[in-house]
Design a protein around this ligand. Structure first.
Ligand code: GKR
Ligand code: MG
Length: 427
């Protein structure tokens, strides 16, 4: 069955003013939704990050893939790579990967697998080798944040909000604020592990927040800290050593594989990365240097679900653990993450997700539900979620109205702190 139609829809979804080494999240996070349709009338969908050039490139590739057969996925993706106009770029210094091809490949692969799942009436996880678990565990992903919930001004704070919706509006800049945020998130979603996005405040303050989390939740709740590589090697070793007794892993304390290897040798906690080993080309040096102990996979950044399973196999071979990275996202991405998480044999860690921070949804039936921090693998064919077309249109209108063209955390930060500059090594 050949692809006969496609639709590429950029959307903007309300995002709170979360802080990171890169600055601050804008009031909206940008995503792009791909829908393909084939001769049999069935469709396939995917959701991706929406960096500069993504919408144009996805349209360009899809145009050239009309008439292709999703069952011949390897051929289809090779044709897409050959039709790519701009060569692959570097991942860049920001916490998220800047390369376009991996996003494009992932968007096409997931949409094709979703379609094929519907065509053959199987779940995507079954195409990938079968689920080894039916519930996929996620962790509480905490952020230092400014007051407010993001979006248009009238949405910024809702005095009638309760529970996590109320907590999501609060400022969090101290160890007490971080513990309160963790408690509200855990009460609402049942998460059983915690990650704090660091690289925002002086490292000793962030270490104090980790000790406060340990005091509040006890030694059975695994803790992680991720300063997105803005520490020096000296700081990485000093703070890493200080936190050795409380961390499940330390994520990207420093920039680059050599620096990570030096910190890793000097501290006891395992090191994890979504910044220094981010492509298959990085693997040989990662192994030679031992730059990390855990790699955070992410289908949006590794070119799709199948490449992530290839990465898992490589990690098994070289004795590395596997976890999962996240950016602001909605339910189509989450469903795909759940299918992937269901298929990873050696899932030693709860997965990252920004999902609790999102207030809007475009999947039919509304937001996917966590139970004890986990999401059940959807049992409908394909990735198991469908688009709510009214909601998609609403978020597309958000996109047209909000005027954002790409993620620029530095510019957002300058709105509250004029002159603020991103520094690749801040402390
Ligand atoms: O959302 O600000 C953020 C994060 O910093 C994100 O962009 C990172 O890519 O969560 C990510 C990470 O683990 O580095
Ligand atoms: Mg990270």
């Amino acid at each position: 069955m050949k692809i006969t139609h496609y639709t590429v829809t950029p959307i903007a979804t309300i995002d709170p003013p979360l802080r990171a080494a890169s600055g601050m999240h804008a009031p909206y996070a940008l995503r792009v939704i791909l829908e393909i349709a084939c001769e049999d009338g069935l469709t396939g969908i995917s959701e991706s990050p929406c960096p500069q050039g993504m919408v144009e490139s996805l349209n360009h590739l899809c145009d050239r893939l009309l008439g292709s057969e999703p069952l011949q996925l390897t051929q289809l993706l090779e044709a897409a790579q050959n039709a790519l106009e701009t060569p692959d770029e570097q991942r860049g210094d920001s916490p998220w990967d800047q390369r376009l091809w991996v996003h494009l490949r992932s968007a096409l692969e997931v949409a094709c697998l979703d379609y094929l799942g519907k065509r053959f009436e199987v779940r995507v996880c079954d195409f990938l080798g079968g689920a080894v678990r039916e519930r996929v565990p996620f962790g509480a992903y905490l952020f230092y944040k400014e007051r407010g919930a993001g979006g248009p001004l009238e949405f910024d704070t809702d005095p009638n909000a309760t529970g996590w919706d109320a907590a999501r509006q609060l400022e969090a800049k101290t160890p007490e604020g971080v513990v309160a945020q963790a408690q509200a998130m855990i009460d609402a979603f049942g998460f059983q592990s915690i990650k704090l996005k660091g690289g925002v405040f002086p490292p000793d303050e962030e270490a104090a927040a980790m000790f406060a989390l340990r005091d509040a939740f006890g030694p059975d709740v695994p803790l992680r800290l991720d300063p997105n590589a803005v520490w020096s090697i000296e700081t990485g070793i000093r703070i890493g050593t200080k936190l050795d007794s409380v961390l499940e892993y330390l994520e990207d304390p420093v920039r680059g594989q050599e620096a990570m290897a030096k910190v890793g040798k000097a501290i006891e906690s395992p090191l994890a990365t979504n910044m220094c080993t981010t492509s298959f080309d990085d693997i040989p040096r990662a192994v030679a240097l031992h730059s990390e102990d855990v790699i955070l996979t992410d289908h949006h950044y590794w070119g799709g679900l199948k490449p992530c399973l290839d990465l898992c196999r490589i990690c098994q071979t070289f004795g590395r653990g596997i976890s999962m990275h996240s950016n602001s996202h909605l339910g189509i991405s989450l469903a795909a993450m759940v299918h992937l998480g269901a298929c990873i044999p050696q899932l030693d860690y709860d997965l990252d997700t920004h999902y609790p921070w999102q207030a809007e949804e475009i999947v039919a039936g509304g937001q996917l539900k966590f139970e004890n921090g986990a999401i059940a693998v959807p049992d409908a064919p394909g990735i198991g979620v469908a688009i709510d077309t009214d909601a998609l249109e609403r978020l597309h209108q958000n996109y047209l109205r909000c005027g954002l063209e790409f993620r620029n955390d530095e510019a957002e930060m300058q709105k509250i702190e004029p002159g603020w500059k991103f520094e690749a090594t801040r402390w």
